[in-house]
Design a protein around this ligand. Structure first.
Ligand SMILES: Cc1cc2nc3c(=O)[nH]c(=O)nc-3n(C[C@H](O)[C@H](O)[C@H](O)COP(=O)(O)OP(=O)(O)OC[C@H]3O[C@@H](n4cnc5c(N)ncnc54)[C@H](O)[C@@H]3O)c2cc1C
Ligand code: FES
Length: 269
């Protein structure tokens, strides 16, 4: 195995978009211009992101490969590495290794009606997938259910407005309402009640484990087969390339076999 896979490429912060008080989107360009122009990735993949002396963590692409030239990573303040990233300014450098992981199989989703279910920062990777579908075309009706803890926690508002203009049915929910909130209140799974998605269909999920756990049986009841329920799984990671075993889940390594799995794959262990 080449040692390059362990060496980060430095990337410069071109823009920082505050999405909510805990999430920032970093627009990044690799310092090496040749590397930057030849870099490619697929929706659902991730990068191992590092800040010197502050560690490394997996972060999914929130951008789409259909818009080359830079990449976007949306980072929720969670601990050491993400805390250090939130302190960075325009022009600062981060280290990036990747792209890693098994992506969403976008070809197999063409012509299907797509139901996206996201909770919190889980909308980050799905944002990349939704924009990919819009750019490429050839997908069926798109519905997004997006849950946040409170109205102030809703992220990617600018994207959501744009998606609504482009005909995507975006349904938002908050766990706890605040003054001025006239929308749905309840965990995101409550939006599934009464929702009908016509065949052929697939659902794509990303969010906290508790959200995934409650969504899976509801989606099965709605008629999605195990292969039509596609979810991302989160595990703490060290190497990102199937060497250290840190991300072991049942008989799988999430960093190489995932992070994208369909329910049939998750049941096969
Ligand atoms: C494939 C993948 C894609 C991801 N994409 C994104 C993304 O797009 N955006 C984003 O914001 N996050 C994303 N994450 C989550 C992110 O990698 C984690 O939140 C990561 O831990 C942040 O690193 P940190 O150093 O800031 O936090 P840490 O210092 O790792 O702390 C984060 C939390 O994890 C706990 N923790 C630390 N180590 C362990 C351990 N070994 N076992 C259990 N708990 C532990 C800490 O107590 C703390 O509560 C992704 C994760 C995966 C696996
Ligand atoms: S993170 Fe090392 S094997 Fe997956």
């Amino acid at each position: 195995m080449s040692r390059d896979i362990y060496l980060p490429q430095m990337a410069r912060i071109e823009k920082i978009i505050p999405e909510n008080p805990q999430i920032k989107t970093f627009v990044l360009c690799f310092v090496d211009e040749d590397f930057n122009s030849s870099f490619s990735y697929e929706p659902g993949q991730f990068m191992m992101v590092s800040v010197p002396h502050c560690g490394e963590a997996p972060i999914s692409f929130s951008s789409t490969p259909t818009r080359p030239g830079n990449i976007e990573l949306s980072v929720r303040l969670a601990g050491k590495l993400t805390g250090a990233m939130h302190e960075l300014r325009l022009g600062d450098l981060v280290g990036l290794r990747g792209p890693f992981g098994t992506p969403f199989t976008m070809d197999k989703l063409s012509d299907r009606n797509l139901l996206f279910v996201a909770g919190g920062i889980g909308l980050a990777p799905l944002r990349g997938v939704i924009n990919y579908c819009l750019d490429k075309g050839g997908y069926g009706k798109i519905t997004l259910l997006y849950g946040s803890r409170a109205p102030d926690d809703i992220a990617f508002s600018a994207d959501i407005k744009l998606w609504q203009k482009k005909g995507i049915d975006c349904q938002l929910s908050v766990d706890t309402a605040a003054e001025g909130w006239n929308g749905h209140v309840g965990v995101v799974t409550t939006l599934l009640a009464g929702l009908e998605i016509e065949n052929p269909k697939s659902s794509l999920l990303c969010g906290p484990p508790i959200m995934i756990k409650f969504c899976l049986p509801e989606l099965s009841k709605m008629g999605f087969t195990d292969k039509e329920i596609i979810t991302t799984m989160e595990r703490h990671m060290k190497c990102g390339i199937g060497v250290c075993g840190h991300c072991y889940l049942d008989n799988k390594l999430v960093c190489v076999d995932g992070p994208v799995f369909d329910l049939a794959q998750l049941k096969a262990h």
